[in-house]
Design a binder for this molecule. Structure first.
Ligand SMILES: [Fe+2]
Ligand SMILES: [Fe+2]
Length: 480
């Protein structure tokens, strides 16, 4: 592999990547290096590429599920759709007409700053654009770094807009703000937080654009318009912009969650053809996590940093878990947690440095739990909602026969929200559900689950002990 170099193109954002041939499959290392550069520079430029549609789609697919082109409503189709867009993952960005019919979308002229598919509930994460025909001048693409823009929003305005959402609607006019009469039926639209946290970089970004954002939810129309104008003006300040002057063979890729982009005018009657594909996105959030969880994690990290043995850490963490499960926002959030029937745990967090794990479980009414231990892990178990019981058992045989175990129930404690139990390594126990749905949060000193450490599972009647992995781990984010 030739070595890849990254050359920044402006102080605002964008970098040129050299030494990568996109017509060939890439190694994991190359893809990782490109992702890394992308996170840092937001817009990447590859020059002198000659890519087939398949090359382009293969490359884009390294970064996620390919986006399906969104169809315009029928009555607007002639302004947004063409006749040669025959691949649902590909859109021709062009003014070219054949027999008077556009072969692609977005025609002639200037195009205001926008977010690709910002009007949908899950805007595209990424857009990829390859230049196939260009006018003699103009048609440049401007990109704004919305992380820097976010930082430049005055604190008073930031405070006013914190937690607010904005309405984005589909606009086909390109250089006139979308009009918003109040009736949104038949118009693609979506609400997104004004400020979002980028799910990968975890940086805050401003998520509005002049073309398609029409209102801030719950704010009087005049004030909303004034605030949006101020945001647009900051977003389009020259210092935050990179202007891309296209050359044939250019291949650009950008992240729609932290950039907006616009097109400058170009001579009417000159052909311009770019091939676009995208990667699907997800719903966007201002806060990546419930603040109570973020706070719990920060305090746990403090405990882990201050002590080096798991027993001391877990004893110190007990009051922190008590506070967490007593938090009203956690209890309210837990109502939406999915059932973990079938030996599952929701995995809320794994600490990248200390490896403690925060899990959650949701028990259906009357759920009976198996008798087990957690191998060498320390576990704190805290009830958030409903009532549960913890049964503790003693081992009464001498553990000399493989697969044989006699156990006896030693104690049962029942509790509701705020009850936290510490379960030591190899302690034999069972968690039992109550008459209603219940939810609990578990803090583990180490990951358990498939491929980690084998735990013992006991059958009191059959007098057996078998080994198996802990519950299946289902990633689940507690959102604000
Ligand atoms: Fe666009
Ligand atoms: Fe357990």
């Amino acid at each position: 592999m030739t070595s890849m170099t990254v050359v920044p193109l402006s102080p605002a954002c964008a970098a040129e990547i050299k030494g990568v041939d996109l017509t060939k499959p890439l190694s994991d290392a190359q893809v990782a290096a490109i992702k890394h550069a992308w996170g840092k520079h937001l817009v990447l430029v590859f020059r002198g590429q000659t890519l087939t549609q398949d090359d382009q789609l293969r490359f884009a697919a390294y970064f996620g599920e390919l986006g399906t082109r969104k169809k315009a409503p029928e009555k607007l189709r002639h302004r947004a759709e063409g006749i040669q867009q025959d691949h649902e993952k590909v859109l021709l960005v062009t003014n070219i007409k054949v027999d008077g019919e556009p072969i692609g979308a977005f025609g002639d002229g200037e195009f205001w700053f926008h977010i690709d598919s910002g009007y949908s509930a899950k805007p595209y994460n990424y857009t990829f654009l390859h230049a196939l025909e260009l006018p003699s001048t103009g048609g440049n693409t401007l990109f704004s770094n919305m992380y820097k823009v976010y930082e430049a929003v005055p604190p008073a305005l930031k405070a006013k807009l914190k937690g607010k959402r904005a309405l984005h609607i589909h606009e086909y006019n390109r250089s006139r703000q979308a009009s918003h009469s109040g009736d949104l039926s038949g118009t693609p639209h979506a609400y997104h937080p004004v400020f979002i946290t980028h799910p990968e970089t975890r940086r805050k970004s401003l998520f509005v654009d002049r073309l398609m954002t029409v209102a801030i939810e719950g704010v009087d129309a005049d004030e909303s318009a004034a605030m949006l104008r101020e945001l647009y003006d900051i977003g389009e300040r020259r210092e935050f912009l990179y202007e891309h002057v296209w050359q044939l063979g250019d291949f650009l890729m950008w992240d729609n969650r932290c950039t907006i982009h616009a097109r400058t005018d170009f001579p009417k009657g000159e052909r311009r053809l770019l091939r676009r594909c995208t990667v699907e996105g997800a719903a966007l959030y201002e806060e990546p996590r419930l603040p109570a969880l973020e706070n719990f994690i920060a305090r746990l990290r403090g405990v882990w940093a201050a002590h080096s043995d798991d027993e001391t850490r877990m004893k110190a963490a007990k009051p922190l878990l008590e506070a967490f499960v007593l938090d009203d926002s956690v209890k309210a959030n837990s109502r939406a947690w999915p059932s973990t029937e079938g030996r599952k745990n929701l995995r809320l967090y794994v600490d990248p440095d200390y490896e403690f794990v925060i899990n959650a479980v949701v028990r259906v009414p009357g759920r009976t739990g198996s008798v087990h231990d957690h191998a060498d892990a320390w576990v704190l178990y805290g009830i958030v909602d409903g009532a549960e019981s913890l049964e503790r058992y003693d081992r009464i045989d001498d553990a000399s026969r493989s697969g044989y175990a006699e156990i006896r129930l030693a104690s049962v404690t029942t509790g509701t929200q705020g009850k936290v139990d510490l379960v030591a390594p190899y302690a034999i126990h069972a968690e039992q559900g109550g008459p209603a749905r219940s939810a609990a949060v578990i803090l583990r000193s180490r990951p358990l689950g498939e491929g980690t450490v084998l735990q013992n599972s006991y059958d009191a009647k059959a007098k057996t002990v078998t080994q198996r992995y802990g519950p299946e781990q289902i990633p689940y984010e507690l959102r604000f």
